[in-house]
Design a protein around this ligand. Structure first.
Ligand SMILES: [Zn+2]
Length: 123
């Protein structure tokens, strides 16, 4: 995988693009590049949301803090698409009886869908 590093402005442009493609137009979503210490450990990105208000904020790890020597290079657009897909799962997520068990399958599904979407988008 190739490294994809985007500026704040480019991320906002990609957010608008993917919000449209993923039919998340009615969500109010902000995106920000943040340092490692502002996020949960060992993450390339994260999202938090308020389902009732359809508001969400995406945080993408600053490349300065992206660890060396990982199998995957940093791909900020991939991270963005991944985090946005969580919004489609949010109603099921909040309703899951065994959330820990459910989250494993949600992550696997999102990883596969993200991979496919990015592959098609870059063809
Ligand atoms: Zn995830």
């Amino acid at each position: 995988m190739q490294e994809v590093i985007l500026s704040q402005e480019e991320l906002e442009e990609r957010l608008a693009y993917w919000q449209e493609k993923l039919r998340l137009r009615d969500w109010i979503i902000t995106i920000r590049i943040v340092r490692e210490k502002e996020m949960d450990p060992n993450r390339a990105a994260e999202i938090s949301w308020t389902l009732s208000k359809k508001m969400a904020s995406v945080r993408i790890l600053d490349p300065i803090d992206y660890p060396d020597g990982l199998m995957a290079m940093q791909d900020m657009e991939n991270s963005l698409v991944h985090e946005l897909l969580h919004l489609h799962f949010a109603p099921i997520h909040e309703d899951a009886h065994d959330r820990e068990h459910y989250e494993v399958f949600e992550e696997q599904a999102i990883e596969s869908i993200t991979h496919g979407l990015i592959a098609v988008a870059r063809k």
